[in-house]
Design a protein around this ligand. Structure first.
Ligand code: PLP
Length: 428
């Protein structure tokens, strides 16, 4: 494959954009080489600036669950655009998407829209602090909740790939209010709650972790957190930015049957436009301005184009619920296929999967938390990534990312992917 034009574009970008990228996970720092610049995308495929075609397993890091340039979403955006792109007033479509989200997701009465997953998580934590009048929060090593200060403490993929688990610029004062627990280890949470008795406002987690590879919660973990929160007046926040409208119409709350007090969304809910949201019962959500004391705002929040894209996406998912079964089946097929070729090529590996989230780890140990995820063979991953890219398969340029499966993938695409995995791991 020829990447000449991408390399030239990257060269130019680096002169005017730090590192040439507007989000560090897009750089190829961990895998070597220049990032490929994408020109357009359609269905399950990306086309880069040199005309190369790839089967896409990133899907914009999650939103494109129905494939790129999905017609109902594109049409909705075009129609809305003709009517003006932002008014800074309420619009009817905000209520429409809110009604649909409240209908699809269990256990929420109200939802507030923002512009990114980062904003959603940041605002949910502020609301939890305001509501409980407590200051400390518990997060888990390897979970990512966006780049706001309180969360940049062992924050999974991006931070992990670049070796800056605690970013400069985050003050000691902020960091001391974020307590760190171990994923899938209820005991580590109980200890923190006991030693900070009466001070914890909320526990925030990815109920299925997706930012240290895909790590499902072990039996009883989420239920244990729910109990612990109830007993100690702590709010449980599910960060469903990745899992919401992906693992089930109602996300992990529905799929695994555990209730959260606040839920955050992003990615799929915006259909590929910049959208985030946080939601919960009225009793908590009405604590927000303008009717409550907790301030939260946004000039472009609920933007009509973003809402049109999100509404078209959620409507499709709501009306065609077999989509969830279909992507789960495709992901299982890919799982079995890769498992079988890695085994026959004698490559040490662990594949984690739940629904349409899957990750391949070059390690034989079970991957259940941040530590075991960090154990994988990065050198092998680098070779794997290169091999995949050079054979037209685009996966995330980091060993700590989940692959996002889109329903636009055909079984032919999956077979082709499995064949490439077989070919490039033959001499691993
Ligand atoms: C992507 C992600 C975020 C951050 O969302 P942005 O839109 O990138 O700000 C937060 N939490 C989780 C679980 C995510 O996967």
């Amino acid at each position: 494959m020829n990447y000449k034009r991408s390399s030239a574009l990257f060269e130019a970008a680096q002169k005017v954009i730090p590192g040439g990228v507007n989000s560090p996970v897009r750089a190829f720092t961990a895998v070597g080489g220049d990032p490929v610049f994408i020109e357009r995308a359609e269905g399950a495929y990306l086309f880069d600036a040199d005309g190369n075609k790839y089967i896409d397993y990133i899907n914009s890091w999650g939103p494109m669950i129905l494939g790129h340039a999905h017609k109902p979403v594109v049409d909705a955006i075009i129609e809305k655009t003709k009517m003006g792109t932002s008014f800074g007033t309420p619009t009817e479509i905000e209520t429409k998407i809110a009604e649909l989200a409240v209908k699809m997701v269990p256990n929420i009465d109200k939802i507030r829209f923002v512009n990114s997953g980062t904003e959603a998580c940041m605002s949910a934590v502020r609301l939890a602090r305001g509501y409980t009048s407590k200051e400390k929060i518990i997060k888990f090593a390897g979970c990512y909740h966006g780049h706001s200060d309180s969360f940049l403490i062992q924050a999974g993929s991006g931070a992990m790939t670049f070796g800056t688990p605690n970013s400069p610029g985050v003050t000691q004062g902020t960091a001391k209010d974020t307590l760190l627990a171990k994923y899938n280890d209820l005991k580590s949470v109980v200890e923190l709650v006991e030693s900070n008795s009466g001070e914890i406002a909320c526990i925030i987690l990815e109920p299925v972790a997706g930012n240290m590879g895909c790590i499902p919660p072990q039996n009883g973990f989420l239920e244990g957190l729910r109990r612990l929160c109830d007993e100690n007046d702590i709010l449980l926040i599910f960060d469903e930015v990745m899992t919401g409208f992906r693992l089930a119409p109602g996300g992990v709350q529905e799929r695994l049957g555990v209730k959260a007090d606040l839920v955050t969304f992003g990615k799929v809910i915006g259909g590929g436009l910049p959208v985030g949201a946080f939601a919960g019962r009225s009793g908590i959500m009405d604590y927000l301005a303008p009717i409550g004391p907790v301030y939260q705002a946004g000039t472009l929040s609920g933007n009509p184009l973003a809402m049109a894209a999100g509404l078209a996406m959620l409507t499709e998912l709501d009306e065609n619920r077999s989509i969830f079964e279909s992507i789960d089946k495709k992901t299982a097929y890919l799982h079995m296929g890769m498992e079988s070729v890695l085994k026959s090529n004698n490559v040490a590996h662990t594949i984690n999967r739940i629904g349409s989230m899957i990750s391949v780890h070059f390690s034989e140990q079970p991957v259940t938390d941040f530590e075991s995820a960090a154990h994988g063979n990065n050198h092998l991953f680098k070779e794997f990534f290169r091999g995949m890219l050079d054979n037209g398969i685009y996966i995330a340029p980091s060993a700590f990312e989940t692959w996002f499966i889109t329903d636009a993938l055909s079984y032919e695409d999956l077979d082709r992917t499995i064949a490439v995995v077989e070919k490039i791991t033959r001499d691993f």
